[in-house]
Design a protein around this ligand. Structure first.
Ligand code: AMP
Ligand code: GLY
Length: 430
């Protein structure tokens, strides 16, 4: 099978790495890819928003399956574009992708289908939003309706901060068009977990529970980012909780989208807060997470391409998806100094080939490029240093040992990924 992957981050590197081991896959092309992906697949210089160019390429090469990594092409309708031309593609249609691309769509959808989430109000004018802020006690959670690379949710701890955020989003348009409409929601408390599932629009099969470290600094300090690390399986989630999440959140979401007539063959991702009143949805994504995928792919025992074929053929109920039983996985993101604000690019990366990088440790490239015979930094998040181990302690130690081997100027990373689980026993193992 010939595969085309759309995207060029750590998530796509992890997907390509996994697909490479599939007995179904002969050739992999990636648009646009990055320096790490180029060592495994052929990178092609077609921008992600050039749907015409992507389709022409798929037709010329006889691509059997296209896989979409990032949210923007999904929100822009790349799946509809391919389907209209009878090309197989893994991902939701533009209509179904609204579950991620419009937070207001997602909230209204959850209300309609009784999927648990924080209570909320939506606004399309700043005066009404400011009036709401004046009448409600903080903390308030204020979110842009549109896509904002994981940076569109602000927790305002005071009325001043809430007013300031509404002004920035709706009047100054600091988030661009994404902030034309906003929603303000109830502040929830509890541990967070990410549940991703494969879906063919009828069946949904969950992956192992994972955790994303969203803030830039240790202990959850500083602004939100796309994700500074991830791990799985989250040891505090047992089978009973998983069943609950499937029956309260994942299956009703798939059923609701189908009832609305929206085609969704891909990945449904629920970001959840486990409150003392049960799991509540913080957000949905309609694709693989980044860096969660860097953890999920090494943990997946089954053949990814085979699972994707079950999805595309709407036969997912026949699939048996297996995960590494006795392993834990940890990913530490190395970012450019300054991220998620301004940062410089083009610094050479050393140590990628070091022989002191431990076994079962994978350096997935995110923002990297090749300059001459050097690999250089080329984005905010640069590398996802990922390790498998028999325990979280071993996985964490291996990942940080590899982080120590790899250097580039102004590299920044969290040093607390996985710390809270080092001494914990998986509750299913007790
Ligand atoms: P989102 O962009 O909706 O995923 O939100 C990003 C992060 O903001 C989440 O991972 C949470 O840590 C936090 N967050 C979002 N919504 C809420 C909420 N209603 N209450 C408390 N924290 C929230
Ligand atoms: N790491 C969060 C996301 O992929 O949206």
């Amino acid at each position: 099978m010939k595969i085309l992957v759309i995207g060029g981050g750590g998530r796509e590197h992890a997907l390509v790495w996994k697909l490479k081991s599939s007995e179904y896959v002969s050739d992999i092309y990636v648009a646009p890819g990055n320096a790490g992906i180029a060592t495994l697949a052929e990178c092609i210089d077609i921008p992600m928003n050039d749907f015409h160019g992507l389709v022409k390429f798929a037709e010329k090469k006889g691509i059997d399956l296209t896989i979409v990594g990032p949210e923007q092409p999904l929100a822009d309708g790349v799946v509809n574009y391919f389907m209209d031309r009878h090309l197989d593609i893994f991902g939701p249609t533009q209509e179904a992708a609204q579950i991620e691309s419009s937070k207001i769509f997602a909230k209204d959808f959850m209300k309609k289908y009784h999927i648990p989430t924080a209570s909320y109000c939506t606004f399309d004018n700043a005066d009404a939003a400011l009036k709401f802020v004046n009448e409600h006690e903080p903390p308030l959670v204020i979110k842009t309706d549109g896509l904002a690379s994981g940076k569109g949710s602000i927790i305002a701890n005071s009325k001043d901060e809430a007013r300031d955020t509404v002004g920035k989003m709706m009047i100054e348009r600091a988030w661009g068009e994404a902030g034309r409409r906003v929603l303000i929601e109830e502040y929830l408390e509890g541990p967070e977990v990410s549940i991703l599932g494969f879906t063919d629009g009828k069946t949904v099969i969950p992956m192992i529970p994972v955790q994303d470290y969203k803030r830039i600094y240790n202990d959850g300090q500083g602004p939100n980012t796309g994700g500074m690390g991830a791990l799985g399986p989250v040891p505090t989630i047992n089978e009973r909780m998983m069943k609950n999440i499937i029956s309260l959140v994942m299956q009703p979401t798939v059923d609701g989208l189908r009832e609305m007539g929206y085609v969704f063959r891909g990945i449904l991702y629920a970001g959840l807060m486990l409150t003392d009143r049960g799991p509540k949805v913080l957000e949905f994504n309609c694709r693989f997470g980044d860096p969660e995928t860097q953890v999920l792919m090494p943990m997946l025992d089954s053949d990814l391409a085979e699972i994707m074929l079950y999805v595309i053929n709407e036969r997912l109920d026949e699939a048996d998806i297996l995960w590494k039983k006795n392993k834990k996985c940890v990913c530490v993101v190395m970012a450019s100094g300054g991220y998620p604000k301004r940062y410089k690019k083009g610094f050479p990366i050393e140590g990628l080939e070091s022989n002191r990088i431990p076994r079962e440790t994978y350096i997935f490239h995110a923002g990297t490029a090749t300059r001459g015979n050097k690999v250089v930094t080329d984005g905010g998040r640069v590398l996802g240093v990922t390790a498998l181990g028999d325990s979280f302690e071993k996985a964490v130690n291996k990942a940080y040992q590899a982080v120590d081997e790899v250097t580039f100027e102004k590299a920044s990373y969290r040093t607390d990924i996985g710390q809270q689980y080092l001494t914990m026993i998986n509750i299913d193992d007790e």
